[in-house]
Design a protein around this ligand. Structure first.
Ligand code: 9MG
Length: 278
């Protein structure tokens, strides 16, 4: 993975592949293997650097998925991708056994919205020795949006991530394998999300790569006066560009081509800033 990614160079795009029947923003569109593979090919052609495959919906109110169901949804897709591509694959899971199966099937990275707090997850990530994204969430998907509360959301999320980093390092996970994510929409009100977004530079200053996911989320719907999911694409792209401008290293998105174009603009302006300042 480190051969393909150099976080100092530009912001990378993680394309979302939900192989769940109840995902909030694509409505379970990619539950058959062939539909999922077609979507992967499209995202790669559009400029995705990483494909994030998840078999458990984490939308607000989502129910837990059994280990067997999650494995049955995710592993065949990873194996099938490996038949035609050596692209970077991330597995979106909190379960240690799914992490194990996915990495052995050819995935390169773990994306854990529960920040390796589930049983055996910390130990498993250490043994697998792959990059892992630690995300902040207050509560659990089933109830996280009921009444999220913070005294100072930015400080509390930073402190949580710092503690999880400490636990990872103590468990033997390498520093260079750690990626941090403030967890937009995971146990946060609209105002909490905006405070976090405006403080992205503070997360970048924690000296780990930062990943964010705002694509098509409720906060964008709210900014657009309750726009439905299908009408949140342009604003999602705008937020990805603003995040890149604050130094975020990876954006997790549905709309890869539009995001890639916007990030090319950010990249070009940043590279040429000094040249064109009069
Ligand atoms: C799985 N998933 C859904 N939203 C996400 C987000 O914002 N970050 C990460 N890391 N994963 C997410």
């Amino acid at each position: 993975m480190t051969q393909k990614i150099n976080f100092k160079k530009r912001t990378y795009i993680m394309g979302i592949l939900n192989v769940t029947p109840d995902s909030f923003s694509d409505g379970g569109l990619f539950t058959t293997k062939s539909a999922a593979l077609q979507q992967v090919k499209q995202m790669l052609a559009a400029g995705a650097d990483i494909i994030d495959i998840g078999g458990e919906s984490t939308r607000p109110g989502a129910k837990n998925v059994s280990l067997n169901d999650e494995i049955d949804r995710v592993i065949p897709v990873i194996k099938a991708i490996r038949e035609f591509s050596d692209c970077l694959i991330s597995v979106d899971t909190s379960k240690a056994d799914v992490m194990h199966e996915a990495i052995h099937a050819g995935a390169n990275m773990i994306n854990d919205v529960r920040a390796l707090q589930e049983e055996n997850a910390l130990q498993m990530a250490m043994t697998l020795d792959v990059p892992v994204c630690l995300m902040h969430m207050q509560g659990q998907p089933r109830s996280m949006q009921t009444q999220p509360e913070y005294e100072n959301v930015v400080e509390e999320v930073k402190q949580f991530l710092q503690k999880r980093v400490q636990s990872c390092l103590e468990a033997g996970i390498k520093k260079e394998n750690i990626i941090l994510d403030p967890g937009f929409g995971f146990g946060k009100t609209f105002e909490h999300n905006l405070s976090l977004f405006n403080a992205l530079d503070e997360f970048v200053e924690m000296h780990y790569p930062v990943l964010i996911g705002v694509s098509r989320k409720t906060m964008i719907g709210k900014i657009l006066k309750d726009a439905p999911v299908t009408e949140r694409i342009h604003a999602s792209v705008a937020m990805a560009a603003l995040a890149a401008q604050q130094g975020v290293h990876i954006v997790r998105v549905h709309d890869v081509k539009a995001t890639a174009d916007a990030l090319a603009v950010v990249d070009c302006l940043n590279k040429n800033r000094e040249k064109y300042v009069t």
